[in-house]
Design a protein around this ligand. Structure first.
Ligand SMILES: [Zn+2]
Length: 312
């Protein structure tokens, strides 16, 4: 377990080691400001649209890496805390907070509320890799279901229960804030997200007036997982439905999600490019606006999602 380090250099070395060991599990990391939960990199409102952000602001989850060399470079200068990009890590982390100081006395903790939910439904939460937070909260790590894009949620399961998946991140063990350290308190292997939790966390599909574009032809290899078909249809629709001002971002997000399925061999790149192009056209984008965005987002995703990483 990591203890607060006695000085800045030792703290940096320890946090670098923590970042490397998390990345070695196949979980992409990015630096958080020393002693804090805030990413080092600029936020969307201050985006200079240069470098990694040339095609639109790259969020921490898009810049997070498992590459040891990049991690050593990033952690060379300061004792950065470790952000873990849950979406690309293939994780869904249940974040159980204690009651806040401003809550009325007797307010239940997230852990108590989850327990009550289990009793009410007759379901269980299996033991899994667990991290304790400085405030006394718990992070329960689960592997995300294959093929389903789980988004981060807030208060869907109950008050003081958030989940971190795509669109979010968590502070990884080893990180230190003025309140204390994030520590692994159960080091067992990460359990799969129980199906009943997946169902509760997955919002019903949005109703839309726009008809779906015809789905693409079956994979030339014959049968394939229906989730790959569902993913390509859903992402095409997400792009088609994106309102103006969000279209490029939706396109990049969709391409990066589908790129993972190209990397894993579940989808064929041509087919993905065609589906995304149809979605972009339906959203009103012009070829010169979407072609290079699709290419670079797919390249990024394939580069960052080597096949088989989810089983690491
Ligand atoms: Zn940016």
């Amino acid at each position: 377990m990591t203890q607060p380090a006695p000085n800045r250099r030792d703290g940096r070395v320890q946090l670098l080691a923590d970042a490397l060991s998390i990345a070695a599990r196949g979980w992409p990391v990015f630096p958080l400001r020393p002693g804090s939960k805030v990413p080092v990199l600029h936020g969307e409102t201050k985006c200079p649209r240069t470098g990694a952000c040339t095609d639109g602001h790259a969020k921490p989850e898009q810049r997070a890496t498992t590459d040891p060399d990049r991690i050593r470079t990033a952690w060379a200068t300061a004792p950065y805390n470790v952000g873990l990009a849950t979406g690309p890590a293939g994780l869904v982390v249940i974040d159980l907070d204690p009651p806040k100081p401003t809550d009325p006395p007797g307010t239940h903790s997230g852990a108590q509320i989850l327990e009550a939910l289990c009793q009410a439904t007759g379901e269980q939460v299996p033991p899994t890799y667990t991290v304790t937070t400085p405030s006394g909260g718990l992070h329960l790590y689960f592997t995300a279901p294959t093929g389903a894009t789980m988004r981060s949620t807030q208060d869907i399961l109950g008050r003081h229960i958030d989940t971190r998946a795509w669109g979010g991140y968590i502070v990884a063990p080893g990180s230190i804030t003025p309140a204390g350290a994030y520590s692994v308190t159960d080091d067992r292997p990460v359990a799969p997200l129980p199906a009943w939790l997946q169902m509760k966390l997955t919002a019903p599909p949005r109703i839309t007036a726009r008809p779906l574009a015809p789905s693409s032809a079956p994979h030339s290899g014959g049968r394939r997982a229906s989730y790959a078909d569902a993913a390509i249809r859903n992402e095409e629709k997400n792009v088609a439905d994106a309102p103006e001002g969000h279209r490029n971002k939706a396109l990049v997000r969709a391409a990066r999600a589908l790129g993972r399925l190209i990397a894993s061999g579940d989808l064929d790149r041509d087919e993905v490019e065609q589906a995304l192009s149809r979605g972009a056209e339906a959203a009103g984008l012009k070829p010169y606006e979407y072609r290079s965005a699709i290419t670079s987002a797919l390249n990024w995703s394939i580069r960052n999602n080597p096949a088989g990483r989810r089983t690491a």
